[in-house]
Write a protein that binds this ligand. Structure first.
Ligand code: G6P
Length: 614
């Protein structure tokens, strides 16, 4: 949510910043802006509503000569998307420019006090309050920018990742974070700064992740310094980045989303590598086996997540209850945190988050830790906040997911949850070694089976033309296919803006069935599992009311083929593996419908990939 980039060195700051903003656009794309100090010491701030390409055009005839700069791509919180509300914001005297990701909760109080001291404001943002506050503190105390930032941040309640530059000292960037991510790239006598490492992956692989309430002093030709808010110097832990430039490019696909859908055979392979070995006979997640007793003795597991990750959490519930006989509850992290949760030390809380930065999920983790629960994280982004806040966990290792609508991260999460359930099941002896070996062997075959599902793409593309102009969709499934239905509906909503509801198929008769007519297509996920006969009845109920049906079925299913309008056949797999197989055609269906409607699938309106605000 909002992307920040910064550069200080001998190179061309503008090029680094614009390139970096493009990489961070997944975090928000309401407006973009850049602040640079030129050789004559002039602070130039350029900002425009819209995407980074609009800013780039705007800057074509501008003075962008600089070796230092900060830049921002915005997902609006305070104030509508507009040129004026775009970042960077600057102090009234034009000395400081600042970019910010997060929300300053007490901005109103701070603003009122600054107005009393004579400050005037031009935007509706909380960020302008912060930059004016820092400059006010600096002038009042006649102190350095570092001291002013530290003192100002002590007055702030809320979340922030910020970068500040000063016209009168163009050899220094001050950056700080609380609850929003920030990472410094340490190059050869130059520094990069960004919300994640993607903007500078081609320049350096030495990275320093800022910690909570840490301030970075970045100076030209000087070593990086880190301080706590109470002004103690912190140690610097330089990590090696494991990300390649090719992972950040479209690789010949028209969209990141399509690339990521088609990457799934490879990402699933990466996800299981080293975890399913010896022809499937050995399945281990180290994070689980290293905490053997905790998992064996768990009284209950609570899974917290948001969005797509919440759907994989629901699948996790079925997997863990089936294989480990441990009761599982699944909660939206945003509800959990305010629900006066009751946890005990023999509860395990699993937090699932692709980005590892979702504010509500992070908050839920903090509560769970405070209450003494063991907290396990499932995340994709190495070095992100959630893996650092949890006791143990697993990376899904599917590579950077850039399309805002999650696809390969979803299947990666479900895969990890499957391995987690199998590892616990074997430890608890609720699964026999034979059960594990049988399923492990199927898991090894899964990447090639997903490859087979992807060959349905041309058929799904043709099918999508029939349904492009439908105004509503119903997605139905039972058991493991119920969360798949929710996820299918979410994908369609997110990128095509068609209203879609996911429902447990049996619940349909308690309400949604009233909606069914010739105008309301239903997507029914109906693989041959132990609920197959039941879902066949649901298919018939929809047909009897004149609804059209797209059914995702197991290969060779003649029964549903004879009732449904269209069937998409997927390979037969054990029931607990069906979500990975059946979700892929739904990803493709929503992709092609959105494309037919001319929508921007990688950057759907109003959404952002990483939601670091409440
Ligand atoms: C946003 C994204 C979704 C994602 C959700 C949770 O809404 O657009 O795709 O599922 O956040 O994100 P997380 O990173 O915690 O999985």
């Amino acid at each position: 949510m909002c992307g920040i980039v910064g550069y200080l060195g001998d190179g061309n700051a503008y090029n680094v910043l614009i390139g970096g903003l493009h990489r961070l656009e997944y975090r928000g794309y309401d407006s973009a802006g850049i602040a640079l100090v030129d050789k004559k010491g002039k602070l130039n701030v350029y900002k425009t509503m819209g995407k980074v390409s609009v800013l780039e055009n705007f800057c074509k005839d501008k003075n962008v000569d600089s070796h230092i700069g900060i830049a921002h791509t915005r997902w609006a919180t305070h104030g509508e998307p507009s040129d004026c509300n775009a970042h960077p914001h600057y102090s009234e005297d034009g000395n400081l420019a600042l970019v910010h990701n997060g929300t300053i909760e007490n901005y109103k109080v701070l603003k009122d006090a600054l107005v009393e001291h004579g400050c005037t404001f031009h935007s509706e943002t909380d960020t302008e309050v912060l930059v004016q506050l820092i400059e006010y503190v600096r002038l009042q105390n006649d102190c350095s920018l570092l001291d002013a930032v530290r003192e100002a941040l002590k007055q702030v309640i809320g979340a922030y990742a910020i970068a500040v530059i000063e016209k009168n000292n163009p050899d220094c960037i001050i950056a700080a974070r609380k609850s929003s991510p920030l990472v410094v790239g340490v190059g050869d006598d130059e520094f990069y700064l960004a919300s994640d490492a993607s903007p500078f992956v081609e320049f350096t692989d030495n990275v320093v992740y800022l910690k909570e309430e840490e301030i970075a002093l970045i100076r030209r030709h000087e070593p990086l310094k880190l301080y706590s808010l109470d002004n103690k110097e912190n140690e610097i832990d330089v990590k090696k980045l494991e990300m390649s430039i090719s992972q950040l490019e479209k690789g010949g696909y028209p969209h990141f989303m399509l690339k990521e859908i088609f990457e799934q055979p490879a990402t699933l392979l990466d996800c299981i590598r080293g975890r399913v070995v010896d022809h499937g006979r050995i399945v281990t997640l180290n994070g689980v086996s290293d905490n053997r007793d905790t998992f064996i003795n768990a009284r209950r597991i609570v899974i917290v997540a948001c969005g797509t990750s919440w759907h994989s959490a629901l699948i996790g519930k079925y997997l863990i209850q089936d294989m480990c006989h441990i009761p599982v509850e699944v909660e939206y992290a945003s509800e959990f945190r305010y629900s006066h949760p009751v946890l005990t030390p023999d509860d395990i809380v699993i937090a699932i988050s692709q980005s590892g930065e979702t504010a509500d999920t992070l908050a839920a983790i903090k509560i769970a830790r405070k209450m003494g629960a063991f907290v396990y994280g499932i995340s994709n982004v190495v070095g992100s906040s959630i893996p650092r806040e949890t006791h143990s966990g697993t990376y899904i290792h599917v590579g950077p997911e850039i399309g805002v609508a999650s696809t390969k991260a979803f299947t990666g999460q479900v895969m990890v949850l499957t391995l987690l359930a199998m590892t616990i099941g074997e430890l608890k002896k609720t699964l026999s070694p034979e059960d594990v070996a049988k399923l492990g062997n199927w898991i090894l075959k899964l990447p090639s089976l997903v490859e087979k599902v992807l060959s349905l793409a041309p058929e799904i593309e043709r099918l999508s033309l029939i349904y492009t102009y439908a105004r509503n969709f119903l997605y139905l499934g039972r058991g493991y296919s119920y969360p798949v239905a929710l996820e299918g509906a979410l994908k369609l909503k997110e990128i095509s803006y068609i209203h879609a509801e996911g429902y447990p198929a049996a619940e349909m008769k308690h309400g949604p069935i009233a909606l069914i007519d010739a105008e309301m297509p239903s997507v029914i996920i109906a693989p041959k599992d132990h609920l197959y006969e039941k879902i066949v009845s649901n298919v018939q109920q929809v047909k009897a009311r004149g609804g059209s049906i797209i059914a995702v079925v197991t290969e060779g299913d003649e029964t549903i083929r004879n009732i449904a309008d269209h069937v998409l056949e997927v390979p037969d797999v054990p029931e607990c593996l069906t979500p990975i197989i059946t979700s892929v055609p739904l990803q493709l269906l929503s992709y092609y419908i959105a494309i037919n409607k001319g929508k921007d699938v990688d950057m759907p309106r109003n959404l952002a990939k990483s939601v670091t605000v409440e």
